[in-house]
Design a protein around this ligand. Structure first.
Ligand code: SF4
Length: 218
């Protein structure tokens, strides 16, 4: 078969030779890349409260996350693509959630599962509860319910797949790679205060390092 030139291939109405019919697929690199990513979104093995039980049920045989290529729940953030925040986000857990998020490789996604993770839920305005994990890290999909059913979580995961499909190379690496960890304090912090939080965190860190150095000396 004579090899067609590039110009010939780009002509509208170019006839596909019979021997190539059914064996050649033309697609974009973006689509191929996203096809691979959307079918292997590995969640982090991570649960915070009652919603986590529903997440566990979703991964078990009746609902079977394996259908979506998501059954490999990773015990390490460094091998995870999505953090499913399943449960109440307490202020005590806030620095740990941000640290785990920071340790995930790009591109990374966050699902706020349930009323607590989405907005504080029944404990909103509680003295120890963060009113939504989006106060700490960027959220891609919110799933309502207290708790959401496994079906709802599956629907949220499919929404995430749709989002991944629509993304391009250019945008998947644009999220903030590092978010300063909040310091435990009496109240919530506002993401717009990140520069101030970073300054405060670094100051605290220096103080701790000085204390450790002094303790080591004497
Ligand atoms: S949303 Fe409801 S079920 Fe989920 S962690 Fe909060 S209280 Fe528990």
């Amino acid at each position: 078969m004579k090899r067609p030139s590039r110009d010939e291939l780009q002509k509208p109405g170019y006839e596909i030779p019979d021997e190539l019919k059914g064996s050649v697929v033309v697609t974009t690199l973006n689509r191929l890349y996203n096809w691979g990513r959307r079918n292997s979104v590995w969640p982090m093995m991570f649960g915070l409260a009652c919603c986590a039980i529903e997440m566990i049920a979703t991964a078990a045989s009746r609902y079977d996350l394996a259908r979506f290529g998501m059954e490999v729940m990773r015990p390490s953030p460094r091998q995870s693509d999505v953090m499913i925040v399943s449960g109440t986000v307490t202020k005590r857990m806030a620095p740990l959630i941000v640290r785990l998020y920071n340790q995930m490789p790009m591109p990374k996604y966050v699902i706020a599962m349930g009323a607590c993770a989405s907005g504080g839920g029944p404990f909103k305005e509680g003295y120890n509860v963060v009113s939504g994990v989006d106060k700490l890290i960027p959220v891609d999909v919110y799933i309502p319910g207290c708790p959401p059913t496994p079906e709802a979580l599956l629907f949220g995961l499919m929404k995430l797949q749709q989002k991944i499909e629509r993304q391009s190379f250019k945008e998947v690496y644009t999220k903030p790679d590092y978010i300063p960890e909040p310091v435990l304090g009496p109240d919530l912090m506002d993401p717009r205060d990140y520069p101030k939080i970073r300054e405060y965190t670094q100051k605290k860190l220096q103080e701790l390092q000085q204390q450790a150095a002094q303790a080591a000396q004497g």
